[in-house]
Design a protein around this ligand. Structure first.
Ligand SMILES: NC(=O)c1ccc[n+]([C@@H]2O[C@H](COP(=O)([O-])OP(=O)(O)OC[C@H]3O[C@@H](n4cnc5c(N)ncnc54)[C@H](O)[C@@H]3O)[C@@H](O)[C@H]2O)c1
Ligand SMILES: O=C(O)C[C@H](O)C(=O)O
Ligand SMILES: [Mn+2]
Length: 560
């Protein structure tokens, strides 16, 4: 059916073959080769997309390591979008882990050494006088619906990487969310780096200077945000992997004036809420009845704590936050407690009889022993932090502990889910941030480890907001998306199944999320479109971009 699509294209010859958006390589038909000046520029045989995918898949497998495969796929993306996304869609689970988590972490760590061709827009602090010009040079005349930006201060759990991530996040929007890649744009905000390894690396491609902070940083970010508001008022602005001192602050600053979204706070909060809803569906309890310990009180940790919808007064009763200085309690003082954590600070007297370490801190194990939490979530960047003693203490405190070690990439996971499953005799309800193989239950059955990664929901949240053209991404929209995702949980049918849909089903799950989000925008009366709520599903299906070539007609006024 997609071969019925007709595109008016204004490129010819070499420029057509080097345009990843329009290039078809050996799939150009005889007629197109005649019309676009390609006869003599391509070998004779005309391939189908299936044949091209088979060839590319073989080439991919001639590379041995995930990082070599990541580089291969990056090159393919630079050559031909339809082929790239077709190949990824055909081998979704296998290849998502190559272009995204966990392999993307290695690709970003080695970005400067693997560098071949730049992608998206680089806005660098000392060049800010030409920011608008640079921005318009690349975006002029384009109908941009999505901008993914990062300042790369807190990339996954690997910290400050100077430049990186936004293009992988943007590709996931297309692959799992159906966003047209021609309408999405990734931006690196290069404000320097405090990573010594990068600063002393002669090959580092970013701006080799210490990170700009304070007023100067805020002004730089503001200049960028105002540019988007001016030129693309409807566009969704997605923030990724900002540092913990900026992420929440920037979100609060802009979320009422533009459709902005922080993935680590809101996307992670939403996907974890969905996994929690599924888990309490299995344990037949309520969110409000859980006792939560969150290990790692950064952007993700706080996003999760807030997304559960527990009221401010309730928060201090239900949540125990543990960070690098142990339990967040009063006597840590303002230097060790960020203002955003205030509502979760525990009174000291509550802990006076609990042993501390030499530094006077209450460690995770002691917190688990005392609180007997039903839920333990890790977003600390500290691999292995959920030791056997911690996990066994969880099991002593409740029959079916909910344990989500969410730190990425795989080597930073707080506990290998296989171990957590063994140490709890298969009773733990588990979900991780990176993909892991199933664990074995004592009865020999496989227990599927749900991948609680924000990629299962952020493309749908974004698509829903773009579809409804809401000028805001409200909490109500995010919760509606989380509820819809939770309703798709395989564990609701079979308690031994994964808590969240398998990644193979991520495109379908994200579409459902998008529909719920757009419907919610209508319910809140903040949609910017003139069609009606009952049309949301059809409009969503129509708007989805699918990797398919269609037929090209040469037209000087056509797309470039
Ligand atoms: N699964 C997902 O979808 C998902 C989403 C977002 C983040 N994450 C992961 O969560 C982790 C944190 O991400 P973030 O964006 O919140 O980063 P962040 O920098 O905002 O927060 C990290 C927090 O962990 C704390 N921390 C650092 N070392 C610690 C230690 N040894 N013990 C206890 N706490 C420690 C820091 O003080 C900080 O508060 C990363 O590994 C990231 O990959 C996963
Ligand atoms: O990038 C991911 O895989 C999820 C998340 O945004 C993270 O920072 O770890
Ligand atoms: Mn992230």
């Amino acid at each position: 059916m997609y071969s019925e699509l007709i595109f008016k294209v204004a490129l010819r010859g070499e420029t057509l073959l080097t345009s990843p958006r329009w290039n078809k390589g050996t799939a150009f038909t005889k007629e197109e080769r005649n019309d676009f000046g390609l006869t003599g520029r391509l070998p004779s045989r005309i391939n189908t997309i299936e044949e091209q995918c088979d060839r590319a898949y073989d080439q991919l497998h001639s590379r041995d390591t995930p990082i070599q495969r990541n580089s291969f796929l990056q090159s393919l993306k630079e050559q031909n979008w339809v082929l790239y996304y077709s190949l990824l869609s055909r081998h979704l689970k296998e290849l998502t882990s190559i272009i995204y988590t966990p392999t993307e972490a290695e690709a970003i760590e080695n970005y400067s050494h693997l560098f071949r061709r730049s992608e998206g827009l680089f806005l660098t602090f000392p060049d800010q006088d030409s920011m608008e010009e640079d921005f318009l040079e690349q975006t002029r005349g384009k109908d941009i619906e999505l901008i993914v930006c990062t300042d790369a201060e807190a990339i996954l759990g690997i910290g400050d990487q100077g430049v990186g991530i936004s293009s992988a996040k943007s590709a996931i929007y297309t692959l799992l969310g159906g966003i047209n890649p021609a309408k999405a744009f990734s931006v690196t905000l290069d404000v320097g780096t405090d990573n010594e390894r990068l600063l002393s690396d002669q090959l580092y491609v970013g701006w080799p200077s210490r990170r700009v902070r304070g007023d100067e940083y805020d002004k730089f970010i503001d200049k960028f945000v105002q540019l988007i508001r001016k030129h693309h008022p409807h566009c969704l602005l997605h923030f990724e992997d900002f540092g913990v001192t900026n992420a929440q602050r920037l979100l609060e600053l802009y979320r009422n004036e533009h459709s902005v979204f922080n993935d680590d706070i809101q996307g992670t909060g939403a996907v974890t809420l969905a996994a929690l809803m599924a888990a309490i569906g299995v344990t037949k309890s309520k969110l409000a009845d859980q006792r939560y310990v969150i290990f790692g009180a950064g952007s993700a940790g706080l996003g999760i704590a807030k997304q559960t919808g527990v009221s401010r007064e309730e928060a201090n009763k239900k949540f125990y936050l543990v960070d690098r200085f142990g339990l967040i309690k009063q006597s840590l003082g303002p230097n060790k407690i960020r203002p955003a954590l205030q509502e979760f600070v525990r009174p000291d007297q509550e802990w006076s009889d609990i042993p501390t370490n030499d530094a006077g801190e209450v460690e995770l194990l002691e917190v688990v022993r005392k609180v007997r939490p039903t839920v333990l979530i890790g977003c600390s960047t500290k691999g292995g932090a959920f030791t056997e003693r911690v996990v066994r203490a969880m099991k002593e405190g409740c029959k079916r502990p909910i344990i989500f070690p969410l730190s990425n990439p795989s080597n930073l996971v707080e506990v290998d889910p296989k171990d957590a499953n063994d140490w709890t005799e298969g009773m733990a309800l588990l979900a991780t941030g990176s993909p892991f193989p199933p664990a074995k239950m004592p009865n020999g059955k496989d227990y599927v480890i749900a991948e609680c990664n924000n990629a299962l929901i952020y493309p749908g949240l974004g698509f829903g907001s773009m579809l409804s053209q809401s000028r805001q991404m409200t909490d109500g929209m995010i919760i509606a998306g989380a509820q819809r995702l939770a309703a798709l949980s395989p564990a609701l049918k079979d308690p031994d199944s994964g808590l969240l849909p398998d990644f193979q089903d991520a495109p379908a799950a994200n579409l459902e999320v998008a529909i719920a989000v757009a419907q919610q925008a209508f319910d809140e009366g903040i949609q910017g479109v003139s069609w009606g709520r009952e049309e949301v599903r059809t409009k969503a299906e129509d708007k989805q971009w699918k990797p398919a070539y269609g037929r090209y007609e040469y037209d000087e006024q056509g797309a470039k």
